[in-house]
Design a protein around this ligand. Structure first.
Ligand code: FE
Length: 190
């Protein structure tokens, strides 16, 4: 099986990040690379598209050996959603299949988190998170009856980063490390 589209994206991100661009440049140029990747849903190997009946899955597709970026296939079963959480690094979301609802939260003076407007991501559309401006959000599968899949790219090895889930009302946080759902990754070298 050829993973040429995935390899082309990984090459593009590696070239972009080797000069350590400013974060707004990374999000814009990386977002364009990701938009190209998710423009057509014909490249993600089936083994990274499988939902779990109880919880969403995060399949690692590639992790840069220097931790400059990682990418995962985020697979939503019907009606599944995340808690309110942060990332501690920039992130890009590229919608591949189905739709998801992205809701950002903003910290208030009293420590609680205010829920902002929700956005529905359609196939081909790009969303983002950034510790500088909008790192806290909650994401849900738009569909109560079908799988949705988005491709996420982060500015570090996201499965190993210690980050947080929040109770938005009290502002209380709990640490978590997400890890990955898969034991094998796509072969980009054959
Ligand atoms: Fe997230």
């Amino acid at each position: 099986m050829s993973n040429q589209k995935l390899l082309t994206f990984v090459q593009g991100m590696s070239r972009l990040l080797q000069d350590h661009p400013a974060q707004d440049v990374t999000l814009k140029a990386g977002g364009e690379l990701l938009a190209t990747l998710v423009a057509k849903d014909d490249w993600l190997p089936d083994m990274f598209t499988v939902p779990h009946p109880q919880h969403y899955q995060q399949f690692l597709l590639y992790a840069d050996p220097l931790d400059r970026f990682s990418m995962v296939s985020f697979v939503w079963g019907p009606g599944q959603k995340t808690p309110v959480h942060d990332h501690m690094t920039w992130g890009l979301i590229g919608m591949l299949r189905g739709k998801e609802i992205d809701t950002h939260y903003f910290k208030q003076a009293d420590g609680s988190y205010r829920r902002a407007e929700s956005h529905i991501l359609q196939p081909g559309q790009i969303g983002s998170v950034s510790p500088e401006t909008h790192d806290v959000h909650e994401v849900a599968n738009f569909h109560p009856d079908q799988t949705s899949i988005s491709i996420h790219v982060y500015g570090g090895n996201i499965g190993r980063i210690r980050r947080h889930v929040f109770d938005p009302v009290t502002g209380t946080s709990k640490d978590f490390i997400s890890g990955y759902s898969n034991a094998v990754v796509p072969n980009l070298w054959n």
